[in-house]
Design a protein around this ligand. Structure first.
Ligand SMILES: C[S@@+](CC[C@H](N)C(=O)[O-])C[C@H]1O[C@@H](n2cnc3c(N)ncnc32)[C@H](O)[C@@H]1O
Length: 255
């Protein structure tokens, strides 16, 4: 299997990256609004009423309810198709969003945000260490002094990989198998694959490339960007982060 985009649909625009129309259309299906509500509570408390910037805002899953709590939210995203979904939701037309790369795009109000955040494993969408460092730098460049940058991402699952095995299944049903394939441990590259076989026997395969990143590595990226780790939890409910935690919510502060 390869990382090519053979599953792009005719209406998909290549500039929308890995989140074109065919993906954006179903992105919010099966959304866990409870998890989003906890994230919004957490972020609203940290924003402290100040303006917030969401890197990779997507369909506004977090940005719109956060804005509904009175926090002025601005977004950046690469995909016009994802942002079109955001625009179609209540409040979505008013939310300022810039189409661009989160590692380089500078929005109005840079230097005044009390909060920037990058959630839902989306730092993994940046597939090189340099790009991930640049996301930290760009987030820091948007913060006011004392501002916070929040990252939510999974802990790499390498403990599930015995020597010689390169794939981990994370979803299995009658007609669908979903798995992560760790193709390059030297560059921390992996990809998620979704293989579906319909009742007619016809199949489809979609894959998306990622770079996994360790918590301690993120802390160094923050240091490179002039920030320090202030808090780390297992989840948005502030459960303690331990050796067994599968993900983390980390809060970095700009002095
Ligand atoms: C998993 S979705 C997350 C969306 C939203 N943050 C959420 O929590 O629902 C990933 C998003 O990242 C965007 N994205 C990926 N790479 C990007 C980049 N380099 N710059 C800006 N956006 C990017 C995609 O277009 C997509 O909307």
């Amino acid at each position: 299997m390869t990382d090519d985009r053979t599953s792009l649909h005719a209406t998909d625009a290549p500039e929308d990256g890995w989140f074109p129309q065919s993906v954006a259309a179903g992105y919010d299906d099966g959304e866990d609004s409870g998890a989003a509500a906890s994230a919004v509570d957490f972020l609203a408390a940290l924003a402290d009423g100040g303006p917030a910037l969401e890197l990779a805002v997507g369909t506004g899953r977090i940005a719109l309810p956060l804005a509904g709590r009175g926090v002025p939210v601005t977004g950046i995203d690469l995909s016009r198709a994802m942002v079109a979904r955001l625009r179609a939701k209540p409040g979505g037309a008013e939310l300022p969003v810039t189409i661009g790369d989160m590692t380089t795009t500078v929005v109005e109000g840079a230097g005044t945000f009390t909060l920037a955040y990058l959630v839902y494993n989306t730092i993994n969408n940046l597939t090189t260490q340099d790009a991930q460092v640049d996301a930290f730098r760009n987030a820091a460049a948007h913060l006011a002094p004392g501002g916070r940058f929040v990252v939510e991402v999974g802990v790499p699952e390498l403990r599930r990989l015995p020597p010689g095995q390169e794939a981990v299944i994370f979803g299995l049903s009658g007609e669908r198998v979903a798995f992560d394939r760790y193709e390059d441990l030297t560059r921390q590259r992996f990809s998620s694959h979704y293989v579906t076989v319909g009742a007619d026997g016809r199949g489809s395969h979609r894959s998306i490339p990622f770079r996994y990143v360790w918590p301690a590595e993120l802390d160094l990226m923050a240091r490179l960007a002039g920030m320090r780790l202030e808090q780390r939890y297992e989840d948005w409910e502030r459960a303690p982060f331990t050796s067994e935690s599968g993900s983390h919510v980390s809060v970095y502060g700009l002095p």
